[in-house]
Design a protein around this ligand. Structure first.
Ligand code: PLP
Length: 442
């Protein structure tokens, strides 16, 4: 178990004590960070300590903390009107944002957009839409997937048992299959050369033949790069093959880009790395730089539900839409390109550390979605969750905020306007932190 004891400063300590009396005990804070303010990729705690934020508040702050242009857009909109629900009234900011999302949607067809407030709500709405459009009831999800915590999305979420335990029964109609994780494949290759194709063959040859007939499946819900499940990048064959499989059986391809979208991987949407056009896209997190907003972006031919079929009082709040429009401008002006460049810089830096750190099993990712798999031994690939936890604590001690993912991986998900100087400083901090964790536990 952990070797390091972190002592919060006096102001942080006081807030943590109050938090522990009134905030839900279901949250899982790994270390005692209490924010005072942030700027770009840096944050300061209430005791004046400075940290580099490689979490972006769980992959949300795409333009960094308090970007002046986002703050200005929020202030201007807040002074005009705070709310006038788009569900019952025509609301210009929502229209403007939906037009922009249509421009950047990862399919040729005209897009239609349903706005909500979070990732899990976007997933719920996508599931309802898929059932409505296809008239089918069943879905395929992936082991290790994370799609949210409301009851529909939770039926797919399977990155940690804790998130599901005690809430059974789940929404019926979800069959889980292995996500094609090339590092830790759950299926053997069974004569197939490619692991992506093997998983596709398993869905079509085994699941559709023995568990659920393809003609009853409304949609396949997939993260193009698995997020909470471990920052897992699938083999190149997988998503194009999944598209073809969906086309063969009239199944909708629903991509959950809540974490991987909005430029984080160096393209607007992660699915674009494989040239795949989905039917429905779920977005949230980075879309509005920290303001709560979710969106379902669907092909016009798919979003056919009628008046009253779906709505949300707060969904597409105009202040959040203003933040999203400013965010999108900043992303297209250069932050997406920067995410690609800084992602390579971080991956190169981590690769270079491998010879010094026996616990690094694999470095993987795209753009600023970088995962580091920690293992007890490279040969056995045995996960090292205690070491992972220790590395997070030592990173915090060094001044670097990190979060975990999967069984024993760490993720780097900094804001997309990360600078080379801060990236280099963060790599040095991480290098030292991992050395200390290895010295304690390996
Ligand atoms: C891929 C993915 N989908 C959905 C969600 C749920 O989003 P929210 O927490 O906004 O409900 C998350 C959150 O981590 C996510 O990573």
């Amino acid at each position: 178990m952990s070797n390091i004891v972190l002592t919060p400063g006096p102001r942080a300590k006081a807030i943590i004590e109050r938090d522990q009396k009134v905030i839900t005990p279901s949250y899982m804070r790994d270390y005692p960070f209490v924010i005072d303010h942030g700027k770009g990729c840096e944050v300061w705690d209430v005791d004046g300590n400075r940290y580099i934020d490689f979490t972006s508040g769980i992959a949300v702050l795409s333009t960094g903390h308090a970007h002046p242009r986002v703050v200005k857009a929020i202030q201007e909109q807040a002074a005009r009107y705070l709310h006038m629900s788009g569900t019952d009234f025509y609301e210009p900011m929502g229209v403007k944002l939906a037009e922009k999302l249509d421009e950047i949607a990862p399919f040729q067809e005209q897009a239609r957009v349903y706005f909500c407030n979070s990732g899990t709500e976007a997933v719920e709405a996508a599931l309802k839409l898929a059932r409505y459009y296809t008239g089918r009831a069943q879905f395929i999800g992936f082991i290790g997937g994370f799609h949210g915590r409301t009851m529909g999305a939770l039926a797919f979420t399977s990155s940690k048992f804790k998130q599901r335990a005690d809430y059974f029964p789940m929404m019926p109609g979800v069959t889980h299959v292995p996500y094609p994780d090339p590092y830790r494949p759950l299926l053997n290759l069974d004569g197939q050369k490619d692991y992506g194709e093997r998983v596709l063959e398993y869905i079509e040859g085994t699941i559709f033949r023995t568990i659920v007939p393809a003609e009853e499946v409304a949609g396949i819900l997939v993260e193009p790069i698995q997020g909470e499940g471990g920052y897992i990048v699938p083999p190149d064959s997988f998503l194009p093959g999944l598209r073809a499989l969906c086309d063969r059986h009239g199944i909708l391809l629903i991509v959950d880009e809540v974490q991987s979208g909005m430029g984080r991987t160096g393209k607007w949407w992660a699915v674009e790395h494989w040239g795949v056009e989905p039917d429905i896209v779920c977005s949230a997190k980075g879309i509005a730089s920290g303001m709560p907003l979710g969106a379902v972006i669907a092909r016009e031919s798919v979003m056919t539900w009628g008046r009253g079929a779906q709505g949300s009082t707060f969904g597409g709040n105009p202040v959040a839409c203003a933040a999203a429009l400013a965010t999108i401008e900043l992303l297209e002006e250069g932050y997406i390109a920067n995410a690609a460049e800084m992602g390579e810089f971080l991956m190169d830096g981590l690769e270079e550390m491998i010879p010094r750190h026996p616990s690094i099993g694999q470095v993987r990712g795209k753009g600023l979605m970088v995962g580091i798999e920690l293992v007890k031994s490279r040969k056995t690939k045995e996960p090292a969750p205690d070491l992972m936890h220790e590395a997070i604590l030592h990173s915090f001690d060094e001044g670097l905020l990190l979060l975990s993912c999967g069984v024993s991986a760490l993720r780097f998900m900094p804001p997309l306007n990360l600078t080379r100087e801060i990236a280099a400083e963060a790599l040095q901090m991480f290098d030292r932190a991992l050395s200390k964790a290895e010295a304690a536990l390996l």
